[in-house]
Design a protein around this ligand. Sequence first.
Ligand code: BES
Ligand code: ZN
Length: 650
Amino acid sequence: MNRNFTLLVASVFAVGALTNCQNTTEAPAPVAETVFYGDTSVRAELFDDPHSYSTAESVVSRLYWEADVDFEKQIIRATALWTLGGKSIGDSIVFDTKDLKIKQVKVSGLPAQWHLGKSDALLGTPLVVMLNQGDKEVVITYETSAESEALQWYPAELTQGKRMPFLFTQSQAILARTWVPCQDRPGVRFTYGAKVKVPKGMLALMSASNPTQKSEDGIYEFSMPQPIPSYLLALGAGDLAFIELGERSGVYAEPEMVRNAAFEFSQTEDMISRAEYLYGPYYWGRYDMLVLPPSFPFGGMENPRLTFLTPTVIVGDMSLTSLIAHELAHSWSGNLVTNATWNDFWLNEGFTVYFEMRIMDAVYGPDFADMLEALSYDDLQRELAVMLEEDPDATRLKQNLEGRNPDDAVTAIAYDKGFHFLKLCEQTVGRERWDAFLKGYFDTYKFKTRVTEEFLQELAGLMTQEEWNTVGVEEWVYGKGLPANCPFPASNRFYIVDEAVKMLLGVSPEDPDAKSMVYLEQDVTIRWTTHEWLRYIRGLEAGGATVGHYRLADANYGFTGSPNPEIVAAWYTAILKTDFEGFDPKVYEEKVESFLTTVGRRKFIVPMYASMLEGDEKRQAWAKEIYAKARPSYHPLSQQTLDQLFADHQ
Ligand code: BES
Ligand code: ZN
């Protein structure tokens, strides 16, 4: 056992003390015995998940995964030993697979009868294994393939240290099936253990108990005693170092980056305690983070015990740590109480944004949280305007994604409309009643799934008829667009930014004194953090800034040279729509190209390419040229999104 173990026991012990379920004078028991296991049986009546082939008759309850990670061939050779659970074992069991090579299937130690069903481009291929009465175990030996979308094999040359390649997985929403044959639906939970072999000199990590040091032989063992759905299965491997942040948190990153990461995330422990204070014990033992290569298509992914993070939030001033608050919040909303199907995705993300804001309010103060809320409101308005034109049905909280990719639901609706709805509920019943309600909700349904309707039933138990009507619950959840009673977040700090925007837009850039007329005193802007600059740039865009205004802003505040990816991405997105007149094209072209060939975070690069594609033919040709160069280093998910974007602009 590694040195994590003492910490781990200590933290479980702390949770035990909090929940008052453990005698503090006794020696702490091993983690597997102290955590709540939850109920892994599946509610057959809710087994209506359009994104999995698995059925209610036979359901798994535990995985033991043995894997050999081959960086040369870029495949994983593995054996998945599934233990069956539940009461209702049928005469077959169905697993989801996609782009896997199945080599052998055994049931209760003997070669099994099995077959692969018809393949679907989105859902993959069902693997049907015949069972006899009393069978308890299915062992599947298989290999991943070059097509496995959950895997990104990142070449050594592109890493910071350039010594070793990096591998990471992304299972949400329905990609776990591309690296582990599984019942790939949020409604099935299982515990897991694993033994993974990677090249010597590498560290391997999973969404489980983790080592903090490299082993001699490249072999690592993992255990996840709390039951999780398949979309939370995760693996990362590379040249990684670990720094402890506090009693139960730490960060893994390439050695070149790990110190900066530790500084940036140094408030993590505080966030965990604030979160526990709000909504009850943290049930997962440790909370560690893994900093991924810049090609990671998301900001973060809430893999239990090991959040995966983009390096683009490491900007030196802790201004982007709401991402940590968000992924940490998923330890309650999502990982503990899970959306039963992807149609209920807003239950995961809307609750998490709400919880994120509460953590940020507690740790950074209300002025900071107000800025985040105002940006969320802005994102929502901007996306709604487009969605109401293109796909109004997608603006409902409760979705019907049958036949569609659940990724289609990753929009401001689930996140920001969901957040504003919950905020309105809070305002209507008052914070005290609301917090008690949420705490109880997380406790009652821990390690379980919920559909939207079940949540509404609980909500009806909390609210009076009058409160329910005031909110207009049904309209919020099932209606299109944004109800008129949506709370409007006001922000003091943004008030000043908006004044600055007006000031800039009010001058004529041709005026010889323009530069000094709009230069804000150092002591105003010196306190601005990322979010104020984002508001400023977006304000210029929304206010119809000309290229002259942008030039003026850049001369005063140096956006082009900013080391903050969040700021430069917003900046380029705005600038790339203009004709560049007066900017040094050489400088711009180089910077844009170098950003797009190193960063693969979808939130940044998709709007940048979209801006370029709005331009003239030359600009479009340039976008295509950069994409052709950059594409191989992007994650399969970013490749898919961008292939689509370019196809739409043919
Ligand atoms: N769970 C999501 C990421 C996700 C959602 C991946 C759906 C695949 C399918 C994660 O918690 C998330 O919301 N990430 C955001 C963070 C942001 C809202 C703070 C992101 O990556 O932008
Ligand atoms: Zn999230």
